[in-house]
Ligand binder design. Sequence first.
Ligand SMILES: C[S@@+](CC[C@H](N)C(=O)[O-])C[C@H]1O[C@@H](n2cnc3c(N)ncnc32)[C@H](O)[C@@H]1O
Length: 285
Amino acid sequence: MGESNLNQDKNKFHYEKLYANYNIKNILHWINNLDEFLASATTTETSWFALYQRDFKNRIKGKKVLEMGCGDCVNAAVMAALGAEVYANDIANSSGKIVEALNEAYKFEFPIRFVSGDFLLNKLDSKKFDFVVGKAFLHHLELPVEEQFLKETARLLKEDGEARFFEPAVNSKLLDELRWYIPVKGRPSKFYKTDFAQWKKNDPHPDRSFSSTHFENAGKKFFKEVEIIPVGTLERFSRFFKWGSQKNNFKKWALKTETKLPRIINKTLTRSQLIIYRDPFKELD
Ligand SMILES: C[S@@+](CC[C@H](N)C(=O)[O-])C[C@H]1O[C@@H](n2cnc3c(N)ncnc32)[C@H](O)[C@@H]1O
């Protein structure tokens, strides 16, 4: 487990710093203009488009929802503003400070409850939750730790509950290799060996599979039903547009159009995925 602890410490260090002194002004603006925010986010941003598919927005009202890796707490705040009873967990204590500030500044029907520290040590009651969600979270875990999180997810969900995770997807070896050579903001190209090695040392992502097949098999250990929805096959080309309405229009078109691509193409070339797990095995109580 030494490797896993090291990975957890790296994540904590990285995100503690990132969310320290976080200003909740934007979140308050978004939850005060919720319909407008969701109309835009769920049609232009891959993570919001994915997580809020299939009427998630209306299905969580009055329901108990657990968010793992809540980070800057934007999604936790949006779900709470939609009337969900939100439990939010993160390894970074600064996320807890954001939750405190949000609860003080906004009158949620159910104030957000922060579940602090290592989630696996927080033994919440079995079959408590209608939804367990994570946005860009699972891929931060080493595989043995992810397995424990999925087992815990199955234990915590009600029998008719649902888990939803939005994660990056790498389903083609060629694309996987290529992506390291294309620099993105904050990550140098693998062509620059020293810079790349320095970046890798501090990067909070473990070396592991993000493939849809991995998430399918990982889920099948604890759930009878697994569904993977590719997201971002065409949207990924929005990076060639400058910020502005053209980029947004392209994203809207891409997210809608890519759902009509043949499954095999969409799955192979997708940039990310919504993973849905339902019907947890009963013997996990
Ligand atoms: C990429 S961020 C995503 C944050 C947020 N969900 C979002 O969509 O912006 C990943 C988050 O997972 C958290 N995290 C990583 N490992 C964790 C662990 N073992 N337990 C709880 N949270 C963890 C990090 O602290 C970070 O906030």
